[in-house]
Design a protein around this ligand. Structure first.
Ligand code: 2DT
Ligand code: MG
Length: 217
């Protein structure tokens, strides 16, 4: 029988500030490494590229930018990395991605601008590589508050986070929780959350034969 070609899994972790996203991304990376799986971490925005530097300056409020323009830059930042993500996946590497197009929609649509509808915000990311699975770290506002204050960057305030959460909820409903999007209760201890994430990614991490899909096919 001909050997079937396996590729790496494309795993996205999304979540609000204070959801424990960074912690969980590193724990998941460690679990993959301990299991002997080749793994690569990608973080969006990737602030190291020329486009990423513009985004970084905007997030730190060192510069102002039109809301549409910054939205398109966040998307461009994904497009510029997409070829290398595809390359890693095809080489059999598991790619764990800290934020992706869903954050792009959630944060921009949360601005509630009449010219930035949900559909408009979704459009520039159409045909980007689609994750095999997205894990949304769902933290309650109470728990987020308990975990300490927000940082000083743009969007890091309770009012914005609440609006962002509503858009994430809509994304979750549209993607469906059949297999591709899971909301994970992130109010729990980090070990419990890590365990659930590890279980959820099991069907994918050993390699998958499924062709890579594209957003929002
Ligand atoms: P970090 O705190 O994770 O570095 O994110 N954001 C992110 C957007 O507005 N659009 C996007 O497409 C992405 C990926 C979320 C920095 C902030 O940037 C926001 C928080
Ligand atoms: Mg942040």
């Amino acid at each position: 029988m001909p050997e079937r070609k396996q590729r790496g899994a494309f795993i996205v972790i999304e979540g609000l500030d204070r959801s424990g996203k960074s912690t969980q991304v590193s724990l998941l990376e460690k679990r993959c490494k301990d299991a002997g799986l080749p793994v690569r971490l990608v973080k969006f925005p990737d602030r190291t590229t020329p486009i990423g530097k513009l985004i970084d300056s905007y997030l730190r409020s060192d510069s102002e930018m039109d809301d549409h323009a910054i939205h398109l830059l966040f998307s461009a930042n994904r497009w510029e990395l997409a070829p290398s993500i595809i390359e890693s996946l095809n080489a059999g590497t598991t790619v764990i991605c800290d934020r992706y197009a869903f954050s792009g929609i959630a944060f921009s649509a949360a601005k509630n601008k009449p010219t930035m509808s949900y559909e408009w915000c979704r459009a520039p990311d159409i045909y980007l590589p689609a994750p095999d699975i997205t894990l949304f770290l769902d933290v309650s506002p109470e728990k987020a508050r308990e975990r300490g204050g927000y940082g000083a960057e743009r969007y890091e305030n309770a009012e914005m986070q609440e609006r962002v959460e509503h858009v994430f909820e809509r994304i979750g409903v549209e993607i469906g929780d059949g297999s591709r999007w899971f909301a994970v209760d992130a109010d729990r201890e980090k070990e419990a959350v890590a365990e659930e994430l590890w279980e959820r990614v099991q069907p994918y991490v050993k390699g998958t034969e499924k062709p890579l899909q594209r957003l929002w096919e």
